[in-house]
Design a protein around this ligand. Sequence first.
Ligand SMILES: NC(=O)c1ccc[n+]([C@@H]2O[C@H](COP(=O)([O-])OP(=O)(O)OC[C@H]3O[C@@H](n4cnc5c(N)ncnc54)[C@H](O)[C@@H]3O)[C@@H](O)[C@H]2O)c1
Ligand SMILES: [Zn+2]
Ligand SMILES: [Zn+2]
Length: 341
Amino acid sequence: MKCVAITSAKQLNIKDIEEPKLENGDVLIAVKKTGICGSDIHYWEAGAPVGMVMGHEYVGTVLDPNGCEDLKVGDRVTALPISPCGHCSACLSGNPQYCLETWNHATGLSLDYPGGLAPKMKIRSDMIIKVPDSVSDEEAAMVEPTAVGLHAIHLADIKVGDKVLIIGGGIIGLVSAMFAKSEGASYVALSETNAARGQKSVDLQVADEWFDAKENILEKMYQKIPNGFDKVIECCGNAPAVSTALSAVKPGGSVILVGVSLGPIQVPTAIAVTRELTVKGAIAYTKDEFKTCIDLMANKQIDVLKFLSKIVGLSQVQASYEELTSGTSDVIKILVDPNQE
Ligand SMILES: NC(=O)c1ccc[n+]([C@@H]2O[C@H](COP(=O)([O-])OP(=O)(O)OC[C@H]3O[C@@H](n4cnc5c(N)ncnc54)[C@H](O)[C@@H]3O)[C@@H](O)[C@H]2O)c1
Ligand SMILES: [Zn+2]
Ligand SMILES: [Zn+2]
């Protein structure tokens, strides 16, 4: 079958791979839609691992339940892409994100579980969640990044009236801003280096105001919020963004680091020390948070389709990565239909 795989730095190509071979606990699905994620962009930029088929945000229908009694052929499903062991104390306490096995065989993020940039994929039966009819394919493919934002907001512990800064206006920053508002933040600002995305965060009504990260951003923010933000959620993973996060939060405030940097970065930790900041990492989600996002979509309590910019076929995936990293495009979420060339 045709898929899109990593060839080298900033280069993806269409190639043929074998159809997935199921082992115990795997379910075969026909992929309907797969999202391109900011994390995938880091792998695309690095060009490694060569041959990896990305796509960890997906929706599909069951082709072979492989003995899984809860599923039948044709069921519409999505899944947590992670690979927790299922029996350590983290897994047993409902926190698979702490399990040491969680990323080792993650779907679309490892070589042994190719992702949704292919028409068929195997996924773990215990990570599957059925999608109700009231949730569209497009929404279902966006549950994963929505759950990342929800998890970050749960860790930020936002109080009614908090002033919150989100750094980075990709899908993760935008859903985090959306949930910060619904948690009662009285003012949500977003900073961006890409003016088109910054403006979009205000146009889509998830941010009250946006700040241009290319300008003297701290001076402008402190004019507006003289004491500093109560909470800052960093959704970029680079040194300037993390430095701004530490500098913009109030003394005693909290910074949630969601952005992932594949290599080490240099940031002024003295600010965190002298202002007694709480700096917390946020990774993935729990199964409950994943299900909550599906419920919120089913009940029409959140609208994530406003973040969907377009749906493309396999031959447009490389160009989509180029557009997403142009620094000027206002495109946010691109979904791929792997059944289209
Ligand atoms: N922790 C997790 O579980 C988790 C899950 C998914 C994604 N991520 C990470 O979150 C980050 C965001 O993901 P995304 O899908 O929204 O990515 P994205 O690439 O679409 O968005 C990042 C945005 O940050 C902006 N940006 C870059 N540097 C900036 C700076 N110094 N100041 C302000 N804005 C800046 C970019 O213009 C871009 O719009 C990525 O690093 C991704 O790997 C983490
Ligand atoms: Zn993702
Ligand atoms: Zn475990």
